[in-house]
Design a protein around this ligand. Sequence first.
Ligand code: GLU
Length: 254
Amino acid sequence: MCGIIGCAARRDVADLILGGLRQLEYRGYDSAGLAVIRDGALLVVRREGRIDNLAGQVKVSGVDGHTGIGHTRWATHGAPSEKNAHPHADGSGNLAVVHNGIIENFREVLHTAEGEGPRVPLETDSEVFAHLVQEHLKATLLDAVRTFRSANYAGPTRSASSPHDHPRLLVGARRDSPLVVGRGKGEKFLASDASAVLEYTSDVVYLDDGEIAELRPDGVRIVDLHGKNVRRDSRRVEWVARPSGPRAAFSTSC
Ligand code: GLU
């Protein structure tokens, strides 16, 4: 179980992502990371340990941008290390992916995929997303994610990805585990749990299984696995998220 959040906005999003990750830290805390797009470049920061470690490095590096994704990990495949922390970028650094869940047959999926695939062996199941979505990226990111999502891989999963050549675009896909869209004014969010976005908006949409959402600062498009547009009303969530500042360590299990 991990926590994911993404944001496409008209303002810098690193602090929004870190705030959302603090709300999700109960879901996993062996490593954390974020990726943003700045001036056409994809910038990724990852750290072992808790969100405070990541936040410190983000502050030192000054990494920020208007579109980004973040992740707090509880490793299932591959050691809990900085290298295996999410987001995972594809080989060309064109897009980054965060993933919550398990792809049991990731080696088989990679082996049977068309194209060259990554040149380095993968240690974690989630990396397969970044490499294969990039291979399908001939039309739109949404179609590439849909093609990959329709492939026959096993295990519950949800993911969000962001490509540097569409610097305001974020795509999320749901399979079994919940995925929520937050609709703020001039900023849209994706998260594994509504608590991660409630500091920023109370207007949320819960995706159904198999749905894929394409987010830009001013709009959300939701499609099913066949690419057909889905119309979905949002709900107003009345409960309030706890403040997301740095907090003392706590322990739990997930
Ligand atoms: N399977 C992924 C990994 O080990 C995601 C972990 C999870 O969602 O618990 O990185």
